[in-house]
Design a binder for this molecule. Sequence first.
Ligand code: FBP
Length: 552
Amino acid sequence: MNISALQKERAKYQPKLPDSLKGVVKLSEGAKTESVADQNEIKKIFPYTYGMPIVTFEKGRKQDGQKPLNVGVILSGGQAPGGHNVISGIFDGIKKIDPASKLYGFLGGPAGLVDHKYIELTGSIIDKYRNTGGFDIIGSGRTKLEEQLQFDEGLEIAKGLKLDALVIIGGDDSNTNACVLAEYYAEKNSGVQVIGCPKTIDGDLKNSLIETSFGFDTATKVYSELIGNIERDANSAKKYWHFIKLMGRSASHIGLECALQTQPNITLISEEVAAKKQTLGEIVSYIANIVAHRAANGDNFGVALIPEGLIEFIPEMKVLISELNDLLADGTVTGKDFKELKKGDRREWVASHLANETADLFRSLPSGIASQLTLDRDPHGNVQVSLIETEKLLGEMVKSLLSDMKKRGEYNGKFSTQYHFFGYEGRCAAPSNFDADYCYSLGYTAALLISEGKTGYMASIRNLTAPAKDWIAGGVPVTMMMNLEKRHGYFKPVIQKALVDLNGAPFKYFASKRDEWALDSDYIYPGPIQYFGPSEVCDQPTETLKLEKQGK
Ligand code: FBP
């Protein structure tokens, strides 16, 4: 295995654990819990795992009777920096409990459990992946563990390997499914526990007890470095407007955090667009007005951040997408094979099958975007929003509005654009010290929860803006985070997704500064993540986390 000089040095990094986990620990149990909403219904669905207490680990006295643990681990969904450290934390945790403990990794995500594909993760394998980015140690996948048949297949291999527990490292959906699995295995009295770990660069799996999902810290630091570099280029060349789309399937946490780190001229927040019921036209004129103001000051350049999920938060676009989904779900338009239509006829054909207002909006879109909306569908018949070039849609529409403004004498500048999409650049970066420490602590805590016989819990590390030694480790019952939501026509228990809180401190701070940032070119250039050096540079959590803590 060829490794870089950085990786070689980085392999020696010993992630920091909270002091409470360093020696022998004892478990402290809090009061019984309730779900965030729909308590009666959730209680009925999860009779075995509902209402369990929040638990915390504290320094304790040596316990007798600890036995070796056999644990299976699964990486679920999109990559996020730090996954390998969760796994090394679990490994070290169970080995500390008893060196005869064993860790198995299921390959390619949840499908590995169902298809019985796994490897034993030995010390020599683990050592190659400590403090590295990526999920390549065992791979990940997006198969959903939802059906009883899958649960039974899982149980068969769990029994075969004599597993005490499964650890599922995933986002809100994967942890919801982990909880359903925990309930099923508890009901069957199978002896297999299930523990979740909060992962996603999107940052939308969080609440008062899960302060952040892992990977958000590193990914936003990588994007902010790149945005800072672009800002510096923009400020040097003074000739381009850069439109940067940032990953984040639904919530705009990534865009907001990057804005706080880099102070660009424009940042759109999808949740605000939805709350204010903004139209596409209003968003375009908001951007065009800033471009015009800057041009009046002689600045024909700037940087705009666009969240990936924006398009589905614009109410009229949401209606359009939903009508298009219905119309094109099976690749046909009212029975006619859409692809057999001549390219030039497709747009009008589709428009003629939409409701009047939606058809007008569809006709007003730049042709490239209109065709992306009609062609790029996932296997469920839905538009794949991540493939829609929202940054180009806005750039082109702003350009056309500016040319109208020019005719009316309201604008007299130059508008040249560059487009970027940052997503995959950050998902597998070497974890920042924060993520390396946080993830290792999460994994170590998962091992302790297993040794305490817990199931249906998510590993939790709190007090994250304090030095790692003062972090608080424990577990939160997953049912506590649940509410009922309509999915495919039925109400299902799911973990509540955390969108950007427009009353929260991070958004409020951003909103208080954005007008100033719009006209300034006083950008912040954060530079690359530093892995070695003073704590003030290397160990800082995200601005979002700091502001959230200050705001409380
Ligand atoms: P998870 O929620 O599974 O962590 O993935 C999030 C994400 O990185 C989104 O930001 C993005 O929209 C999506 O994954 C892209 O995933 P894929 O590459 O599988 O299409």
